[in-house]
Design a binder for this molecule. Structure first.
Ligand SMILES: [Zn+2]
Length: 351
């Protein structure tokens, strides 16, 4: 039971804080979805795993096979599964669709998609697009965020003396205070790969060995096999640098070279690109510059379509609630401008 209030201001803010989230969360998902004319939504994941993954779990928690299957069943009940090609060939025009649809995708080209998601998707007849980073394919290089995850994963098994030395090195290199070593490693910027490698030496983490023995990313032959089974391959940049922080020239290079890699390696007839981290702040001139070379782009900003349908928003299914029902509910609430009252999850695109 809520306390009664002594002033109208406090009463109003308490209603917003307590009552409205409760009410918004209680709106039936089916009703909420039906309020919109039929649309294609684009849910995306990174990987599926029942095991602890040292390069992933310190960053975010992927779904296990059972939870992923629950999500697929939820999506299939309410939406028709479509391929990237169907999305490309039939851009959403108001009134052109009779049923809501979903186009599923995975970012970062992780091998768990092949091992754990693929069998479920094949059994249920759900197609998907796999967005890959050209430098990581075949486990040639490790994503810098996955390096930070491996380093923090090792901290619990590292002596206090070594941890103190690691703090000192970060303090000296970045001229900053280091209260929490874990937080400091997580926050290391992409342009300090030298420091990541130095810390790996100190903490006795072997990135090369990890790539060789754990093979975190998909191999070309695994991707080709998925392609033969009806899946689509798209590009997700060369090496997953934080896109909004790059200058325009580097944004273009990351986009065009990775799309060329996918085209040359997999002979995909349509060039799809998903922005690493976020599409925030990408100017219209970027889309003019890639016109004719990249056919369709995907972001992380929910249910929306921008730049004349050339940029489609997607729903981050791992960061927006406990399951697909909550993530989809939240995404549809946002389209109704009710999201500020929503109780589910947090908004944090990409890890
Ligand atoms: Zn990514």
């Amino acid at each position: 039971m809520f306390r009664l209030f002594t002033s109208s201001g406090r009463r109003h803010s308490a209603i917003r804080r307590n009552v409205l989230p409760f009410l918004a969360g209680g709106i039936p998902s089916g009703w909420l979805i039906r309020q919109r004319p039929p649309v294609v939504i684009h849910p995306f994941y990174h990987t599926v795993s029942d095991e602890y993954l040292p390069h992933i779990h310190p960053l975010y928690r992927p779904l296990g096979r059972r939870a992923f299957e629950w999500d697929l069943d939820f999506l299939s009940r309410r939406f028709e599964a479509v391929t990237a090609g169907e999305v490309y060939r039939s851009p959403d025009n108001p009134g052109s669709r009779t049923r809501h649809a979903f186009h599923l995708s995975f970012d970062d080209g992780l091998r768990g998609v092949y091992e754990n998601a693929l069998p479920l998707l094949l059994r249920k007849g759900i197609p998907a697009t796999i967005f890959i980073n050209s430098d990581f394919t075949d486990n040639r290089q490790l994503f810098y965020r996955h390096k930070t995850a491996l380093l923090t994963d090792k901290l619990d098994r590292t002596s206090e003396a070594v941890q103190n030395e690691a703090k000192n090195r970060i303090r000296r290199a970045l001229q900053t205070n280091v209260r929490s070593l874990r937080a400091a490693i997580h926050a290391l910027p992409h342009f300090r790969q030298d420091l990541l490698d130095e810390l790996a030496c100190l903490l006795e983490v072997d990135f090369g060995e990890y790539l060789k023995t754990r093979r975190p990313y998909l191999a070309t032959d695994e991707l080709r096999e998925m392609q033969r089974k009806g899946f689509t391959i798209g590009a997700h940049s060369i090496n997953h640098l934080p896109f909004p922080l790059l200058d325009g020239k580097e944004q273009l290079r990351q986009t065009l070279e990775s799309c060329a890699f996918v085209r040359d390696t997999f002979r995909e007839p349509v060039a799809y690109f998903s922005f690493p981290f976020s599409e925030n702040g990408i100017p219209a001139s970027f889309f003019d510059a890639i016109a004719g070379k990249v056919d369709l782009c995907f972001g992380t900003s929910g249910i929306n379509s921008r730049y004349g349908g050339r940029l489609l928003g997607r729903i981050d299914m791992e960061q927006n609630g406990r399951n697909a029902r909550e993530a989809i509910h939240k995404a549809f609430l946002r389209t109704q401008r009710l999201s500020r009252f929503c109780i589910f999850g947090k908004q944090s695109p990409c890890a």
